[in-house]
Design a protein around this ligand. Structure first.
Ligand SMILES: Nc1nc2c(ncn2[C@@H]2O[C@H](COP(=O)(O)OP(=O)(O)O)[C@@H](O)[C@H]2O)c(=O)[nH]1
Ligand SMILES: [Mg+2]
Length: 320
């Protein structure tokens, strides 16, 4: 199939047609085919100028609430906002209290906001390529201010936000030891730290703890991650978060760091796509049952993984 056959879809997406966007996002999430790739190729040429904010933190930290408040902030400035929530507990995915949904309703009916939730299951190649493609579709739809919400646990989720243009790590007061234990995972990917639920006691203490952890390792790029306190439910501190985000954007643009970082991420992405596509090709070639049989033999220690991969490569014609 070539681009021509999907020309109407491309046009609809670029017009920001909500139903078309929803359909295409489902296709991208579940079963991207060669035809999907052709569509994405056509869309890629229509994108650019979009900017991705990754928001991560523990379940219940207030990520969705913050994302919602930020969405309102950017809407006031006339920006179109695209949101991808990778969070099983997200109100966006319908797992929320009724109150949350009622609160969200005017965002849902605003055509300038597109919210999509994504499950952590999914296609071969994993979550981050599914999210990347979803963001591409939204960008083509004119949603230039993009936000991705993920829980800050699990490598998949961390990988997803890692590729964002700016990473916001959300913490709540009174985490204490938690900050120590999560620091290995997400502390070093945070460009901005948000202490949400600052209406609770000990927000200042938490800020000092974060400061202490951050001071252990200076960043290569010289950026000193700001810490902002918010009460997302009341919209407090949201302007400050947005200001910190713009400051970081200016910083990375100025240093040329943004384009270096993009080039680095593009390299990662290409390698990842090669891996995915080769893996898919191999699975298609030898068949999933055969793969299962080999895996069982390996589990029985009848074959070592090196020999196994050699054989599979031979079988699928990948060895030169
Ligand atoms: N007290 C207080 N509660 C908040 C604040 N922000 C969010 N919440 C509540 O915390 C709960 C979890 O919020 P949610 O945004 O769903 O968290 P997520 O799991 O990180 O997306 C909800 O009941 C929110 O209303 C805040 O700043 N202060
Ligand atoms: Mg959430």
């Amino acid at each position: 199939m070539d681009d021509l056959e999907r020309r109407d879809e491309v046009r609809n997406i670029c017009r920001g047609d909500v139903r078309q966007l929803a359909r295409t996002l489902t296709e991208v999430e579940n079963s991207p085919t060669e035809s999907t790739r052709n569509l994405l190729k056509a869309l890629y040429r229509k994108t650019g100028g979009s900017w991705v904010m990754g928001i991560t933190g523990s379940p219940g930290a207030g990520k969705s609430t913050l994302v919602e408040a930020l969405a309102r902030h950017y809407r006031k400035a006339g920006e179109k906002v695209g949101i991808v929530a990778v969070d099983p507990t997200s109100p966006f995915s319908g797992g929320a209290l009724l109150g949350d949904r009622v609160r969200m309703q005017n965002l849902f009916t605003d055509p300038g906001v597109f919210i999509r939730s994504m499950a952590t299951r999914g296609r071969l190649g994993g979550l981050s390529s599914a999210v990347d493609d979803a963001l591409l579709v939204l960008a083509a739809g004119g949603f230039k201010r993009l936000m991705v919400e993920t829980v800050g646990v699990g490598q998949d989720e961390v990988d997803v936000v890692r590729t964002a243009d700016v990473v916001l790590v959300l913490l709540v007061p009174g985490m204490g030891d938690d900050i120590q234990s999560i620091k290995a995972g997400i502390m070093e990917i945070g460009d901005i730290f948000v202490i949400n639920k600052a209406d609770r006691p000990d927000a200042m203490k938490t800020e000092r703890e974060i400061r202490a952890v951050l001071s252990l390792a200076a960043r290569d790029d010289g950026w000193d991650p700001p810490i902002v306190q918010t009460v997302a439910t009341r919209g407090q501190g949201i302007d400050e978060v947005a200001e910190a985000v713009e400051a970081y954007r200016r910083f990375t643009d100025q240093e040329g760091a943004a384009s270096r970082r993009r080039a680095f991420l593009c390299r990662q992405k290409v390698l990842e796509m090669i891996r995915d596509r080769m893996a898919q090709q191999v699975v298609d070639e030898i068949g999933p049952e055969e793969l299962d049989r080999w895996a069982q033999r390996m589990a029985n220690r009848e074959v070592d993984p090196y020999t196994l991969v050699d054989r599979i490569f031979e079988r699928s014609g990948l060895t030169k």
